[in-house]
Design a binder for this molecule. Structure first.
Ligand code: AKG
Length: 244
């Protein structure tokens, strides 16, 4: 655990392989695809533009789904797994909740990049050290299929003002002229592993240029009582799931 906290403090992210078994990941994959099909059937045209991956040629594939930890018991069980909770509590302190969670789908040859951003710009927590994202790799994530990249050490700096591209009010990102000055280090994660990242660290994900899926669940944990005092987007407190 000392190595985990030292790496996290130094780089702003740390990867732990083998938190979940392949069978647990396969069960989660089946669950999110079933949920995705139900969800797609109910989307309005405007919502489809935000949720559907327009880069995919032959199928309608969701880009993301929000709050799986709240909506799906199978994903909530993952979020409450004692091995994971112990790791989260080692990083941000005891007594934690998942305030928001997301499924990210990158289908084969689909799934465009997610630009550089800082999660704490979105959430604006009172204590920036009291928020960590646990990014659970449902598939092997590597350079070819769009793994995450981190600007190591950027969590030690203050937040940067984000901007939203035209017509994408929820896609807040660090302006290109700032992002381009920061080297980004790839962080491959094997299936069942978890990448933990600090809320202030610059991060992005690349395109999926492979014939494989790259699916992940991002669980944003806060230490209980850490309020969002400066959030850039509005979050629904009724979907917060207390874990410990
Ligand atoms: O999975 C991705 O591609 C992006 C994830 C992300 O930005 C996050 O977990 O904060």
């Amino acid at each position: 655990m000392a190595e985990l906290t030292a790496r996290y403090a130094e780089r702003g992210h740390v990867t732990v392989p083998g938190v979940f078994s392949a069978a647990e990941m396969d069960e989660a994959i089946a669950d999110i695809h079933a949920w995705g099909e139900e969800f797609l059937a109910e989307l309005s045209p405007a919502e489809r533009r935000w949720y559907v991956d327009s880069g995919v040629k032959h199928a309608t594939v969701l880009r993301k789904l929000d709050n799986p930890v709240f909506h799906r018991p199978a994903i909530r069980r993952l979020a409450a797994k004692p091995t994971l909770v112990e790791l989260v509590e080692t990083l941000i302190g005891k007594g934690v909740s998942v305030v928001f969670s997301q499924v990210f789908f990158k289908p084969p040859r689909g799934g465009g990049p997610k630009p550089v951003h800082q999660d704490n710009w979105y959430f604006g927590p009172e204590d920036p050290e009291g928020l960590v994202t646990a990014w659970v790799a449902l598939d092997d994530a590597d350079l070819e299929n769009g793994c995450m990249h981190f600007g190591e050490g950027t969590h030690k700096e203050p937040l940067v003002s984000h901007v939203a591209p035209e017509g994408q009010p929820f896609n807040l990102l660090i302006p290109e002229e700032v992002a381009r000055k920061v080297p980004m280090t790839p962080a491959p994660v094997p299936k069942g592993g978890v990448s933990f990242h600090h809320g202030n660290v610059f991060h992005q994900s690349a395109d999926n240029n492979s014939d494989r899926w790259r699916r992940a669940v991002a669980m944003h944990y806060v230490r209980n009582g850490n309020r969002f005092v400066n959030a850039a987007l509005t979050y629904d407190s009724s979907v917060v799931v207390r874990i410990s």
